[in-house]
Design a protein around this ligand. Sequence first.
Ligand code: SF4
Ligand code: SF4
Length: 300
Amino acid sequence: MASGSIFNISRYAVHDGPGIRTTVFLKGCPLRCWWCHNPEGVSQERSLMFFEYKCILCKTCAGVCPAGAFSFANNLHHLDRTSCNNCGLCSETCPTEALSHAGRMIAVTELMQEIEKDVLLYDNSGGGVTFSGGEPLLQHLFLNEALTECKNRDLRTVLDTSGYASEAVLSSVLDRVDVILYDLKLADEEEHRKYTGVSNNPIKENLRMLADRGRGRDVILRFPVIPGITDTQKNVDALVEFISTLKGINEIDLLLFHDVSEKYHRLGMEYQMPVRQAPAPSKIKYIKERFESIGLYVKT
Ligand code: SF4
Ligand code: SF4
């Protein structure tokens, strides 16, 4: 059976599809959204995180690191990520878990054992299993096997996707996916490239393909409300126009921006967001009304 790279299994999830769900977060994403709330899921490799407040300056990490990536001066801990080869020894030996790696390989058989622990919850709530990320379609062989095993157990499945994949890859999973959480961010291609690193053409084409194949009713759109980037009148109007041409889609969830700069700091990643404040209530109201004007049920 296939193995895949995951960075979390979240139990009792209530925002990742209908009912109470187990959400499996697959590692790796082809997009680089400036506001990404799960930066530890971007790389397909495991990601080293440093929690400064947990460090007791014991220097155990410096003793085990084969790359000499750690140094200490003036009671401060310094990690040189450019020399790190991701061997994992530091996080295995750090006594306080100040160092920790996000991400591990898991076989489908082990994953299913984890999922089966929650089956009673699904039965009582109409829930099931959600595959999220990262972009789960990036590991489509692993995803396909996991979905097949879910369906062999009559579990209801949700795919949480950016839609950025080939039509063939997306099509390959559809018969075992009950609900598709589908991100729509920016209507303009140049802006999409600027803020996510990729074109939005495959995303739009795949969404149209889902609608044309009669799967629009299974799609719940997700719109990240990012101040100054996605929440502009121009973008919202263009998305409203695009969505109104698609058959069967009747729900959109608004995902409100919040500042996750601390997560980026722990990972040694640059946080590119120029603003840190949450979207204004008046903006959220405007966006909600615009999407409602084309008959969408809008959840915030
Ligand atoms: S092993 Fe952990 S607690 Fe000790 S110095 Fe390194 S990071 Fe800090
Ligand atoms: S993962 Fe390995 S190479 Fe990287 S800092 Fe930790 S011990 Fe050093």
